[in-house]
Design a protein around this ligand. Sequence first.
Ligand code: ROI
Length: 167
Amino acid sequence: MHKEHAYISLGSNMGDSQTTLTLAFDEIDNLPQCRLLTKSSLYLSSPMGPENQPDYVNAVCLIETALEPLALLAQLQDIELRYGRERKAERWGPRTLDLDILLYGNQTISTPELTVPHYGMAEREFVMVPLFEIAPSMIMPDGNAIALWVAKCNLDGLRRLTTSEQA
Ligand code: ROI
Protein backbone atom coordinates (compact mmCIF):
# COMPACT_ATOMS: atom_id res chain seq x y z
CA MET A 1 0.00 0.00 0.00
CA HIS A 2 1.41 3.39 -1.00
CA LYS A 3 1.55 5.84 1.87
CA GLU A 4 2.11 9.56 1.91
CA HIS A 5 2.85 12.03 4.67
CA ALA A 6 0.35 14.87 5.06
CA TYR A 7 0.22 17.89 7.35
CA ILE A 8 -3.19 18.98 8.64
CA SER A 9 -4.13 22.17 10.47
CA LEU A 10 -6.78 22.31 13.18
CA GLY A 11 -8.65 25.38 14.38
CA SER A 12 -11.63 26.16 16.60
CA ASN A 13 -13.11 29.22 18.29
CA MET A 14 -16.58 28.07 19.33
CA GLY A 15 -17.53 25.76 22.17
CA ASP A 16 -14.80 24.05 24.19
CA SER A 17 -12.09 24.50 21.57
CA GLN A 18 -9.26 22.83 23.48
CA THR A 19 -11.30 19.68 24.07
CA THR A 20 -12.48 19.70 20.46
CA LEU A 21 -8.92 19.81 19.15
CA THR A 22 -7.77 17.11 21.53
CA LEU A 23 -10.63 14.86 20.38
CA ALA A 24 -9.99 15.76 16.73
CA PHE A 25 -6.43 14.40 16.98
CA ASP A 26 -7.90 11.05 18.02
CA GLU A 27 -10.54 11.18 15.29
CA ILE A 28 -7.81 11.74 12.70
CA ASP A 29 -5.74 8.88 14.11
CA ASN A 30 -8.83 6.63 13.86
CA LEU A 31 -9.62 7.43 10.22
CA PRO A 32 -9.33 4.52 7.81
CA GLN A 33 -5.83 4.14 6.38
CA CYS A 34 -4.53 7.01 8.50
CA ARG A 35 -2.09 7.12 11.34
CA LEU A 36 -1.26 10.16 13.44
CA LEU A 37 2.52 10.49 13.66
CA THR A 38 3.13 13.85 15.38
CA LYS A 39 0.97 16.55 16.86
CA SER A 40 1.93 20.08 17.88
CA SER A 41 1.07 21.85 21.09
CA LEU A 42 -2.17 23.81 21.20
CA TYR A 43 -1.83 27.55 20.53
CA LEU A 44 -4.11 30.44 21.39
CA SER A 45 -4.36 32.93 18.52
CA SER A 46 -6.12 36.21 17.77
CA PRO A 47 -8.63 35.91 14.96
CA MET A 48 -7.48 36.62 11.45
CA GLY A 49 -10.32 38.27 9.55
CA PRO A 50 -13.27 39.78 11.44
CA GLU A 51 -12.08 40.78 14.94
CA ASN A 52 -15.47 40.53 16.65
CA GLN A 53 -15.08 36.81 17.28
CA PRO A 54 -13.40 34.77 20.04
CA ASP A 55 -9.70 33.85 19.96
CA TYR A 56 -8.89 30.57 18.23
CA VAL A 57 -7.19 27.46 19.46
CA ASN A 58 -4.92 26.17 16.69
CA ALA A 59 -2.61 23.20 16.13
CA VAL A 60 -1.19 21.05 13.35
CA CYS A 61 -0.40 17.37 12.97
CA LEU A 62 1.51 15.04 10.70
CA ILE A 63 -0.18 11.88 9.48
CA GLU A 64 0.75 8.94 7.33
CA THR A 65 -2.07 7.97 5.00
CA ALA A 66 -2.95 5.74 2.08
CA LEU A 67 -6.00 7.88 1.29
CA GLU A 68 -5.85 9.96 -1.85
CA PRO A 69 -6.07 13.73 -1.20
CA LEU A 70 -9.77 14.10 -2.04
CA ALA A 71 -10.67 11.01 0.00
CA LEU A 72 -8.72 12.45 2.92
CA LEU A 73 -10.51 15.79 2.50
CA ALA A 74 -13.90 14.04 2.57
CA GLN A 75 -12.94 12.23 5.80
CA LEU A 76 -11.80 15.49 7.42
CA GLN A 77 -15.02 17.23 6.40
CA ASP A 78 -16.97 14.37 7.93
CA ILE A 79 -15.17 14.97 11.25
CA GLU A 80 -15.92 18.71 11.00
CA LEU A 81 -19.62 17.97 10.54
CA ARG A 82 -19.68 15.57 13.48
CA TYR A 83 -18.25 18.37 15.65
CA GLY A 84 -21.03 20.68 14.69
CA ARG A 85 -19.50 22.64 11.85
CA GLU A 86 -22.07 24.69 9.99
CA ARG A 87 -21.10 26.26 6.72
CA LYS A 88 -22.34 29.82 7.14
CA ALA A 89 -22.75 32.62 4.69
CA GLU A 90 -20.32 34.81 6.61
CA ARG A 91 -16.82 34.55 5.22
CA TRP A 92 -14.19 33.97 7.85
CA GLY A 93 -16.70 33.69 10.68
CA PRO A 94 -16.33 31.63 13.87
CA ARG A 95 -16.24 27.84 13.67
CA THR A 96 -16.38 24.83 15.99
CA LEU A 97 -13.78 22.89 14.01
CA ASP A 98 -11.81 23.58 10.88
CA LEU A 99 -9.51 20.92 9.41
CA ASP A 100 -7.36 21.79 6.41
CA ILE A 101 -4.84 19.80 4.41
CA LEU A 102 -1.70 21.96 4.37
CA LEU A 103 0.67 19.67 2.52
CA TYR A 104 0.25 16.25 0.96
CA GLY A 105 3.59 14.60 0.20
CA ASN A 106 5.23 16.94 -2.26
CA GLN A 107 2.13 17.17 -4.44
CA THR A 108 0.63 20.31 -5.86
CA ILE A 109 -3.14 20.02 -6.14
CA SER A 110 -5.40 22.56 -7.75
CA THR A 111 -9.03 21.52 -8.08
CA PRO A 112 -12.27 23.33 -7.19
CA GLU A 113 -12.48 21.28 -3.94
CA LEU A 114 -8.88 21.38 -2.83
CA THR A 115 -5.77 23.52 -3.13
CA VAL A 116 -2.49 22.08 -1.81
CA PRO A 117 -0.22 23.55 -0.53
CA HIS A 118 -2.91 25.42 1.39
CA TYR A 119 -3.17 28.86 -0.21
CA GLY A 120 -2.90 31.03 2.90
CA MET A 121 -0.49 29.10 5.09
CA ALA A 122 2.56 31.33 4.64
CA GLU A 123 0.79 34.36 6.15
CA ARG A 124 -0.85 32.41 8.96
CA GLU A 125 1.37 32.40 12.04
CA PHE A 126 -1.16 30.09 13.73
CA VAL A 127 -0.29 27.51 11.05
CA MET A 128 3.42 28.19 10.51
CA VAL A 129 4.49 28.25 14.18
CA PRO A 130 2.90 24.89 15.13
CA LEU A 131 4.23 23.44 11.86
CA PHE A 132 7.72 24.69 12.73
CA GLU A 133 7.34 23.05 16.16
CA ILE A 134 6.84 19.58 14.65
CA ALA A 135 8.94 19.97 11.47
CA PRO A 136 11.73 22.46 12.27
CA SER A 137 13.96 21.46 9.36
CA MET A 138 11.30 21.23 6.68
CA ILE A 139 11.95 22.70 3.25
CA MET A 140 8.83 24.49 2.05
CA PRO A 141 7.38 24.12 -1.47
CA ASP A 142 9.20 27.27 -2.65
CA GLY A 143 12.54 25.71 -1.71
CA ASN A 144 13.09 27.86 1.38
CA ALA A 145 13.58 26.58 4.92
CA ILE A 146 10.47 26.74 7.13
CA ALA A 147 12.45 28.93 9.55
CA LEU A 148 12.51 31.67 6.89
CA TRP A 149 8.73 31.52 6.51
CA VAL A 150 8.25 31.69 10.28
CA ALA A 151 10.65 34.63 10.52
CA LYS A 152 8.32 36.59 8.22
CA CYS A 153 5.24 35.95 10.37
CA ASN A 154 3.82 38.42 12.88
CA LEU A 155 3.79 36.48 16.14
CA ASP A 156 2.06 39.12 18.31
CA GLY A 157 -1.32 37.42 18.60
CA LEU A 158 0.00 33.91 19.15
CA ARG A 159 0.75 32.06 22.38
CA ARG A 160 1.57 28.40 22.98
CA LEU A 161 -0.58 26.96 25.74
CA THR A 162 1.52 25.48 28.51
CA THR A 163 0.99 21.90 29.59
CA SER A 164 -0.86 23.01 32.70
CA GLU A 165 -3.19 25.19 30.63
CA GLN A 166 -4.08 22.43 28.18
CA ALA A 167 -7.34 20.57 28.63
N1 ROI B 1 -7.89 33.00 12.75
C1 ROI B 1 -7.17 32.26 13.60
N2 ROI B 1 -6.41 32.87 14.52
N3 ROI B 1 -7.14 30.90 13.56
C2 ROI B 1 -7.88 30.23 12.63
O1 ROI B 1 -7.84 28.98 12.61
C3 ROI B 1 -8.65 30.96 11.72
N4 ROI B 1 -9.40 30.35 10.78
C4 ROI B 1 -10.08 31.03 9.89
C5 ROI B 1 -10.11 32.54 9.88
C6 ROI B 1 -11.53 33.00 9.99
C7 ROI B 1 -9.48 33.00 8.57
N5 ROI B 1 -9.36 33.11 10.96
C8 ROI B 1 -8.63 32.38 11.81
O2 ROI B 1 -10.76 30.38 8.95
